[in-house]
Ligand binder design. Structure first.
Ligand SMILES: Cc1cc2nc3c(=O)[nH]c(=O)nc-3n(C[C@H](O)[C@H](O)[C@H](O)COP(=O)(O)OP(=O)(O)OC[C@H]3O[C@@H](n4cnc5c(N)ncnc54)[C@H](O)[C@@H]3O)c2cc1C
Length: 430
């Protein structure tokens, strides 16, 4: 029995494979009539599921090949961000951003639009310049930004629907250092008045709140301490200005290290207290060697236009008791706009409202539905890898290029080999 990381999904696959070579993946795909890739299994819904062959890419040969002159790195699809981060950092290079944890695979993260934070930082898939995948025939297909043109924007963030990605080439930037500071005891109501100011106060910012009445918020500020301005969004929101303002918003700078998830040890989190360190050891919240987040949880997240941040906060505040009753911790981040067809941040700079729930599906689903009702006026798009109930008609309205994606999928995969019940349903009204 194979489950996802959180244990809330037991995959329906008849067979689970852990091929050791790309050639084996090609044979498996060619033979199968229904097949999906599995990354590190950190998604919270049935996005990776199949009734046929589930192919884990974890045992494929590990590749991290740095091209310093070309400012690129080629990684095998199953490589985890923590692994590529360590190698790049040692070579004086960096990715422009990471998600909250280094444990997830690059291919899996890019397939779902995984993002970190920063008003100048788009999602992680925007760093992809090229990739190779096993197509439905079993053939290896190479796709590049240069060669594929507009279709590239539909092919990277593809929900695992086009093929099994065996390697990706990512754009890299010069290495940089980050200092992380936490402002604690910020009165929760200040989020309503100062959210945009908070989100733009450093290179990457996370606002943590329990949504409970009378409880205070924590603002995690990840400041670049170099004067770097090296492209890929790094010149935007460098956060160098934030240092002296870190006791703003009615809070105070934390004097001891913290974990954003209540009750979890500070040791699991990346170093704080303003001590500068390599980008890969500060941009994620959680350390590679420890359990990220709480480990027993469900997650939900919605991305909506940044300019609606205060109004969306107010709308969610109307149901804050309902939210707080099932919540471990909420996180609010910023994600810069991109052009990918299925990206939740496509065409608009976004604020992302994230919820780490207790691991109780029956209790959480009604709250998720209530959040969707409150956020409906703001064109909120759900994170593809988390728990949501947004219906296919609404999804089709939220993604103007979803029909282009379906046409692309039909062309690559006319037999629907890489479809599954969940993803096919999401795309069904395009
Ligand atoms: C503790 C925790 C913290 C998280 N933090 C963040 C965060 O900060 N920001 C954020 O945006 N999200 C976050 N997430 C969500 C997570 O990043 C996404 O669910 C992501 O897709 C997980 O990657 P994965 O490798 O585990 O993918 P999986 O869950 O294994 O798969 C997800 C999708 O990718 C496809 N896929 C995987 N590998 C391949 C491949 N080689 N080729 C083609 N398709 C593939 C699968 O078929 C599936 O459709 C978090 C999740 C957890 C559990």
């Amino acid at each position: 029995m194979t489950t996802n990381w959180a244990g809330n999904i037991t995959f329906s696959a008849q067979r689970v494979h852990r091929p050791a070579t790309v050639a084996q993946v090609q044979q498996l795909v060619a033979r199968s009539s229904s097949v999906r890739a599995l990354g590190t299994g950190h998604s919270f819904n049935r996005i990776a599921d199949t009734v046929g062959d589930l192919v884990s890419v974890a045992a494929l040969p590990h590749r991290v090949e740095i091209d310093s002159a070309g400012m690129r790195v080629l990684v095998s699809g199953g490589t985890r961000y923590g692994e590529v981060g360590g190698s790049l950092s040692a070579a004086g290079l960096a990715l422009f951003n990471t998600g909250s944890l280094p444990h997830i695979s690059v291919a899996g993260a890019c397939a779902t639009g995984t993002h970190g934070s920063g008003v100048g930082n788009p999602n992680l898939a925007t760093a992809v310049e090229a990739f190779t995948m096993v197509a439905p025939s079993g053939d290896l297909v190479s796709v590049s930004r240069e060669g594929a043109g507009d279709e590239f924007l539909g092919s990277v963030l593809a929900l695992g629907r086009l093929g099994i990605v065996t390697d990706l080439t990512l754009r890299v930037v010069a290495g940089f250092e980050v200092a992380q500071t936490v402002v604690e005891d910020v009165p929760d109501e200040r989020i309503g008045t100062d959210l945009l100011d908070m989100l733009s106060a450093a290179y990457s910012v996370s606002v943590f709140t329990s949504w409970a009445r009378g409880r205070s918020a924590q603002i995690w500020l990840k400041r670049r301490v170099d004067a770097g301005s090296v492209g890929s969004g790094l010149e935007v929101g460098s956060g160098l200005e934030a240092e002296s303002g870190s006791d703003k918003w009615g809070g105070r700078t934390a004097a001891v290290e913290l974990n954003p998830v209540p009750g979890m040890p500070a040791n699991n989190a990346t170093p704080q207290l303003g001590v500068p360190g390599p980008w890969n050891e500060r941009l994620p919240h959680f350390r590679m060697a420890f359990t990220p987040s709480s480990g027993r949880e469900l997650q939900t997240e919605y991305l909506l236009p940044l300019e609606c941040a205060a109004a969306a906060w107010a709308a969610l505040s109307e149901i804050r008791d309902q939210i707080a009753a099932q919540l471990q911790i909420g996180e609010i981040r910023a994600v810069a706009s991109d052009e990918m067809w299925l990206s939740p941040s496509s065409g608009r700079d976004c604020v992302a409202f994230h919820f780490t729930w207790v691991p109780d599906v029956a209790a959480v689903l009604p709250v998720v539905a209530a959040i969707e009702r409150q956020l409906a006026p703001f064109q909120a798009r759900p994170h593809w890898g988390k728990v949501f109930t947004t219906d296919p008609t609404t999804l089709a309205e939220l993604y103007p290029r979803m029909s282009d994606f379906c046409a692309l999928a039909d062309r690559y995969d006319p037999g629907g080999k890489f479809g599954n019940q969940e993803v096919d349903r999401w795309l069904s009204e395009a």
